[in-house]
Design a protein. Structure first.
Length: 92
């Protein structure tokens, strides 16, 4: 599946900015910037990875800038960025 650069989310409190880019190597690389990464970083990364795999993306680079987003918000932002990156519409 062809992937282009795409963004979703904001930098407002309670949200997360997700950027998806094509990767030159195999696998999902997640760069997380979060003030709560020490406490919740592993969970945030797991939610991002799980959502990408459900969508069928396995070779991408994700940059996530978290501002205290809940899991449901993270999933929504990742799914939106994935739709924008691939052009695959999951809501049709």
């Amino acid at each position: 599946m062809e992937v282009k650069n795409a963004f979703a989310g904001t930098l407002e409190s309670g949200d997360v900015m997700i950027q998806i880019s094509p990767s030159t190597s195999e696998g999902i690389l997640i760069n997380l910037n979060s003030s709560v990464a020490y406490q919740f970083g592993d969970k945030i990364k797991a939610v991002i990875e799980e959502t990408l795999k459900e969508f069928g993306l396995t070779d991408v680079v994700v940059t996530a800038t978290d501002k205290g987003a809940l899991d449901c918000t993270i999933r929504a932002r990742v799914k939106t960025a994935a739709v924008r990156a691939t052009g695959k519409d999951v809501w049709a």
